[in-house]
Design a binder for this molecule. Sequence first.
Ligand code: AMP
Length: 249
Amino acid sequence: MKVLIAVKHAIDYNVKPNIHTETGQVELAQVKKAINPFDEISLEEAVRLKERGQVSEIIAVSIGGAEAKDSLRHAYALGADRALLIETDAQLQPLAVAKLLKAIVAREQPQLIFLGKQAVGEDYGQTGQMLAALLGVGVGTFASTIQLNDDHVVVTREVDKGTQTLSVKLPAVVTSDLRLNEPRFIKLPNLMMAKKKAIETISVSELDVDLVPRFSVISSREPQQKPGAIQLANVQELVAKLRQAEVLQ
Ligand code: AMP
C-alpha cells in the first residue's frame, strides 16, 4: 500500500513567531524553518506501518521554495522512499495547497494520505479536511492512534472530552495529532544518506491549479500577557485585595 505524506517546511516550533505590526500577518521571511512537527509525526507513523509490512512505499511531498528540500531530506532520513517538491515561492492558502496535493494524489494513487492537524506559524488547520472533500474521501482528523486494515483505517481522534474512534474507508485522509507517536531520533548516517537522495521537482504550472487566495488575514494577536503574581504580607491584605476585586463582599 502506498502512503503519501504532506510535509510543510514551516516555522521551527522552537522559534516564537512574530506578528507584523502593520499587516497583522505572521512574519515568515528570515525565520528559521524546519519540518512541521505534525508532519514528522505522520512520517514516523508511516515508517512504523512499513516496518510492520502494511505499507510498501512512503512518498513525501512538500509545496514551497527550494528551502523546503531541507524538510524533504529530513523525511528521507526518517524513512521516506521518495520525495517530491512542488516548487513555488508563493505563500499559498490551504485551499490552494489542497488542490495541488489532489493533483499529486491523482498521479500517485496512494491509499492513505497523511497531513498534520495544523502547520506551525499560520496554524490554519484546514488543509486535510479540504483535501478529503476535494478527493471525495473520508477523513479522520486529530488522530492519536491509527490501525490500518485492508480496506479501512481505524482512527482514534482527540476530541474535547476524550476520544472518538472512527472506521474510515480507504482511500482516506488522516490528520496527525501530537499524541500519535514520538518520532525516532535520526542517526547521523541516515542524515548523510538523505543528502544524496534525489528530490523530484514539479513546477506549479505543470499541475494547472487555481491558486488564487480566497481569504485575507485581518489581524493576528499574541496571547495577552497575564499579570505577574504578587506576594502579600498577611491574610488581612489578601482579604482587602479580594474585596477590591469584588470577589468577597
Ligand atoms: P494547515 O491547514 O496550513 O494548518 O496545514 C495542515 C497540514 O497541511 C500540514 O501539517 C501539512 O501536512 C499540510 N500542508 C500545509 N501546507 C503545506 C505545504 N506548503 N506543503 C506540504 N504540506 C502542506
